[in-house]
Ligand binder design. Sequence first.
Ligand SMILES: Cc1ncc(COP(=O)(O)O)c(C=O)c1O
Ligand SMILES: [Zn+2]
Length: 400
Amino acid sequence: MKLVATETLSRLTSLHCSACGTKYSAFDLQRTSTCCTLPLVADYDLHEPLGRDAIDQADSSMWRYGALLPLLHEENKVTLGEGMTPMLNLPRLAARHELSSLLLKDEGQNPTGSFKARGLSMAISKAKELGVDGCIIPTAGNAGVAMAAYCARAGLKAVVVMPRHTPQAFKEECYWYGAEVELVDGLISDCGARVRQRNANGALLDISTLKEPYRLEGKKTMGYEIAEQLNWQLPDVLLYPAGGGTGLIGIWKAFQEMKALGWLAPHHALPRMVAVQAKNCCPLLETYAGRQPNCHSYQGSPTLANGLAVPHPLGEAMMLRVLRESRGTVVSVSEEDMLAGMRDLGQQEGLFVAPEGAAVWMAARQLLATGWLQRNESVLLLNTGSGQKYMDNVAGRAMR
Ligand SMILES: Cc1ncc(COP(=O)(O)O)c(C=O)c1O
Ligand SMILES: [Zn+2]
């Protein structure tokens, strides 16, 4: 279906190939770039002045940044109230580790219990706007649950392909949203292969990470919110659990857009971005450390943090660019440390976080120990999900 951007608040102008910059229409249904078979990225008109008063203060969801989002027509919005999650102080852990400022943005409080709600709300809204009938996704759990929920709300068919070892709560929730669930022996990369095979005729829109341009646009709203909630003063260091990497790439994209719009002070240093991976599956770390040319042949194994078991992220080059541009780094965390992190955040701060969020806190502790992170720097942790769905992975392990 052809769309024309008339009578819309959205500043969307085009898409471009993340590798070579070739432009694509933002008003047709697109998948990856045909030039390089790599992710497409949305562009906006950032030259025409747009002040922070463009934020719709009456809207307490991620949709308050509507001018900088790709949805053209309000009636296509598929929302469950995602975004504007709490920015919490962690005073007890900060005191214990002598940190001057330790914050956590709790994405576990989103609809469907994770930050995936942002990307899927956006992608499914755009799928609806572009006339799609149904969607298919390979997932480690949270993204599939979110896609199933938003497809149900949009009246679209949903097919979710996930590893057989995924905790039962994720599968069960998909069923309750009416999705078809297929289980695959292996990791998300094997699920991706199954999606390609099953959807060879392209009847469904493949919502795999970065294989359509709009999940990234939903995820970037975390960056806008972080700035707004911190009164436009960004932290020195931001830690994020990277699987496919849409959050890392999206938050950085938001910071660049805000700089271009003049929403951040001109000489404001942007945060150093830290990608946190599981020791069991850390392709980005291996490439970053020069131990492999790229992630294509990396062998990963399952982890308690299901969302981090992504052995061949399509957006690897985009993640590496964020790390380089922000002078960030990559850290990997062991399974035992994830459990220790869950205990720390639970017992000291009353937060039952996903193992991915726990990994982020333990990565901060590692970086403090090596001196990469200084105690007087302000630190922001992204907890990307609630711990509640991971019971099959963590039950009985609250005490050491
Ligand atoms: C709780 C949680 N954290 C982090 C991730 C990784 O997210 P991304 O693939 O956007 O890097 C996932 C992905 O499934 C997840 O479910
Ligand atoms: Zn290209």
